[in-house]
Design a binder for this molecule. Structure first.
Ligand code: ATP
Length: 241
């Protein structure tokens, strides 16, 4: 089994409130997995449990063969697992350049600054719009530019697995299409693996290889994206279309 990420028996919640119940998933390298489900299904909670923001109450998360269930967030980033939270988390008071530098803060050693600069240059090649706006502050950017910056900052860490929470939220359809196309390109060119939480079911299944449907904190369906898209009963029951 060459899963990049293995999740077994995962439970997590907030205080006394259990949210995720016995989640088990394997994610293959260089794939895009769309995580779908209604509001409150537990999608964001699952991403937080994978990124280390929310410690699971039970279960195990294995990344590239290593048990990372109790590994702190920054050490997960070092191992190649980056999280773009809902809303992007761009710091509005910092410039585009400064926000991008944050993506490499975890690096240590003599070559850290140079490696981060090279990674920033690569990101600016990928997002010419960010290069044009390099000295703008976060609050001066459009919603689409901010989402690109959030994604760019995560890419500065050179992740192997990217956890993306609702990147399309509040964006115009044409920008969402660009963003999804970019994820497909990154998978092709860099072998990036993407775990994509989305309310925008059509866009997500359009770019994804696999889909996972959550309901009330449990996985109720998973399979090739095309099959999920074609499953009328499933769509009506859980995806609202
Ligand atoms: P959405 O699309 O609305 O973000 P979601 O599928 O991502 O939905 P979660 O945000 O994971 O769902 O929420 C799952 C459940 O956990 C919901 O019942 C929510 O009210 C609850 N919840 C989420 N965050 C917290 C928190 N910080 N404290 C307490 N309960 C929370």
């Amino acid at each position: 089994m060459n899963a990049m990420l293995q999740i077994t028996g995962l439970r997590a919640g907030y205080g006394q409130l259990p949210v995720l119940h016995d989640i088990a998933l394997d994610i293959a390298p260089s794939t895009i997995t769309a995580v779908l489900g209604a509001n409150g299904a537990g999608k964001t909670t699952l991403l937080k449990a994978l990124s280390g923001v929310l410690p699971p109450t039970e279960g195990r998360v294995t990344f590239l063969g290593e048990d990372i269930t109790r590994v702190p967030v920054e050490h997960r980033v070092q191992r190649g697992l980056s999280h773009v939270p809902e809303g992007g988390g761009v710091i509005r008071e910092l410039t585009v350049r400064e926000n991008l530098r944050l993506g490499g803060l975890w690096r240590t050693g003599a070559s850290a600054v140079q490696t981060t600069q090279t990674a920033i240059d690569e990101v600016l090649d990928l997002f010419p719009r960010l290069a044009e706006r390099i000295s703008f502050h976060g609050h001066q950017l459009s919603g689409g530019e901010r989402q690109m910056l959030a994604l760019g900052r995560a890419l500065v860490a050179r992740p192997k697995l990217l956890l993306l929470d609702e990147p399309s939220l509040g964006l115009a359809p044409s920008i969402v299409a660009q963003l999804m196309a970019l994820l497909g390109d990154l998978r092709e060119s860099q072998g990036l693996t993407v775990f994509l939480v989305e309310q925008n079911v059509h866009s997500a299944l359009g770019v994804a290889d696999e889909g996972v449907v959550l309901s009330l904190g449990s996985v109720v369906a998973r399979g090739p994206a095309r099959e999920l898209q074609a499953d009328v009963a499933l769509r009506h029951a859980y995806l609202g279309f």
